[in-house]
Design a protein around this ligand. Sequence first.
Ligand code: DLL
Length: 433
Amino acid sequence: MFFNEEFETLPRPALEALQLKRLQSTLERVYASVPFYKTSFNAVGITPASVTCLDDLRKLPFTYKQDMRDSYPYGLFAVPMEEIVRIHASSGTTGKPTVVGYTKKDIEVWSELMARSFVSAGAHRGDIIHNAYGYGLFTGGLGAHYGAEQLGASVIPISGGNTKRQIMIMKDFGSTVLTCTPSYSLFLAEEARAEGVDFKNLKLRVGIFGAEPWSEAMRAEIEQKLNLAAIDIYGLSEIMGPGVAIECIEAQKGLHIWEDHFIPEIINPETGEQVAEGERGELVITTITKQGIPLIRYRTRDITSISYEPCVCGRTHARIARMSGRSDDMLIIRGVNVFPSQIEAVLVRIEGIEPHYMLIVDRQGTLDTLTVQVEVSQHLFSDEIKVLQALSRRVEKEIKDMLGVTCTVKLVEPRTIQRSEGKATRVIDNRKL
Ligand code: DLL
């Protein structure tokens, strides 16, 4: 099933020809209307006319989040404010947020790509979409909302929070599709249980989860606890919001990136050079239809790989692998590179603990220390100390075996790690480097 069959299944030569045409017109536009691009292209001696094939894209300089911060709030906009109909911003962990603006056309494109994404996930008209992504400056809520309406489904704009009410509404309104962060879906499952609501008796069929890293093991856990098919959706505010890429329900293997609107590259984050197909590296995206704030070779900092293999679903757009972290959230603990998602993958596999955890990184003298706080399951909680000690030793050993990093595991009481209604915060880094 497709939302826009013609474009979703465009044979690759036609897709690439379209990309080149759209790339060239984007370059012309930004060169003429955004001083930042004129300066940065001139600095490397390139004009839009020097880009005559897709490979020429590599000659262009990268754009960084810092460039957006430096031109805060509207410096990278390529159209006058009269044409901007919506503004979103992504919460920066430090300093000012990154601001993005959309023209009417940008909103139409975004709605279409989200509608395509819903269909790819197995949703259709007649579905009741329970949209628990936050509404506001965050792109999740409104992005999914407009896409659901474009699809012609019924959308419940519940937003995040008030979990008990969410469960009542899901049950009473007969929600069939759930959209929220993967961590919030597990919180919903937990609350439902506490309320005596069994997901087996709900109508939910599909969950569309993204906005934060998660793992295959967590997918298995969500699918089992919520009794639905869990689909991975990717996006970022700078590029558009949710719906840049999504898995298809047919394969659930890799996320199709909508290549008629975005050109993906995977690079080595250190050297900036392209890596081979299938190899891991940082995702770089060039937008080729955006009007409000087109971005050229934007460094997402997200680590993935790309595959151009044909997919069983019939879509011809390349697939990127589940994000395995960010090139900048990677922790280096005693010289070992650690992605929080890797620790999570170990935790969810162990019987007796819950995937609610917090990583605390510190430094004693010159040595890094890693403490993993993780919740013990209710049924083990009242067990004797000996059992619990053995369990922490086991978790420590598994983490050591899998990641090569030594840590201390502290089991904590069920439901004591702070829950998030949006993105979970899972790392506290107390090191002062
Ligand atoms: O999180 C947009 C979004 C909303 C995506 C709802 C999916 C669903 P930002 O707040 O700008 O936008 O954060 C973007 O979140 O660069 C990734 O690091 C991370 N991220 C987004 N989706 C995924 C995913 C939205 N499926 C940043 N897996 C991105 C892993 C993800 N990380």
